[in-house]
Design a protein around this ligand. Structure first.
Ligand SMILES: N[C@@H](CCC(=O)N[C@@H](CS)C(=O)NCC(=O)O)C(=O)O
Length: 207
């Protein structure tokens, strides 16, 4: 199978880490969602990443749908999200907070970095950051025990934390959320995270 999208997207990265944790081999298509827009729209009509091209040619789009497919494939005993009950609801809440962190700091980053300077809207940036901070604080209030098995809530949260530090580092200085610093350090030390480490944020810069 082929994973489409660069690892500086935390949505791509959480799929890549999950593929590796679950033992799936994949090729990596590193076309840019910005630079290769027309070509990307041939893969996903939305022109977004990630997509996962299966061996039979079927194309899965949206990281949540891809992760659901992976969990179905490995079965409930190995799935990264609990299959049912309160444990599933708890995991889905944490994942919603973590993807919300990406959505909100991502929206602020698009406004701050990609949008031409003359059109930037400071109040909107502040609002997005407030929402992102709310989700970070809620995630930081959870225990994240070091002994817990790696699951999708931890994977998605760790990918979101690296993304915040990539696009808006001042929003998460070391020490503000010690529990999240510890989770991030633990995850980034794993082979699956090292192999997908996003070193930079390659997007068009607004003038
Ligand atoms: N809900 C989607 C969100 C994916 C998403 O926002 N991808 C971003 C990269 S982080 C993207 O493709 N942005 C380009 C665009 O939307 O134009 C998912 O989970 O896959």
């Amino acid at each position: 199978m082929i994973l489409v999208g660069q690892y500086n997207s935390p949505f791509v990265r959480r799929v890549a880490v999950s593929l590796r944790v679950l033992g799936f081999a994949y090729e990596h298509d590193t076309r840019s969602v910005f630079g290769d827009f027309d070509s990307m729209r041939q893969t996903n009509p939305l022109g977004r990443i990630p997509s996962l091209v299966l061996d039979d040619g079927q194309v899965l789009i949206d990281s949540a749908a891809i992760l659901d497919w992976l969990d179905q494939k490995v079965g409930p005993a190995r799935a990264l999200i609990p299959p049912s009950g309160p444990a599933r609801q708890h995991a889905l809440r944490l994942i919603a907070l973590a993807t919300g962190v990406v959505d909100k700091f991502g929206a602020a980053a698009y406004e701050r970095i990609i949008r031409p300077t003359a059109y930037r809207w400071p109040e909107w940036i502040a609002r997005c950051r407030t929402q992102g901070q709310g989700a970070l604080a809620a995630l930081a209030a959870k225990p994240w025990p070091a002994t817990a098995a790696l699951d999708q809530a931890a994977i998605t949260t760790a990918c979101a934390l690296r993304y915040v530090r990539l696009v808006d580092a001042e929003q998460m200085p070391p020490g503000r959320y010690p529990a999240l610093d510890a989770l991030s350090a633990r995850c980034e030390a794993l082979a699956e995270f090292k192999a997908t480490y996003p070193a930079d944020y390659a997007v068009p810069k607004g003038e």
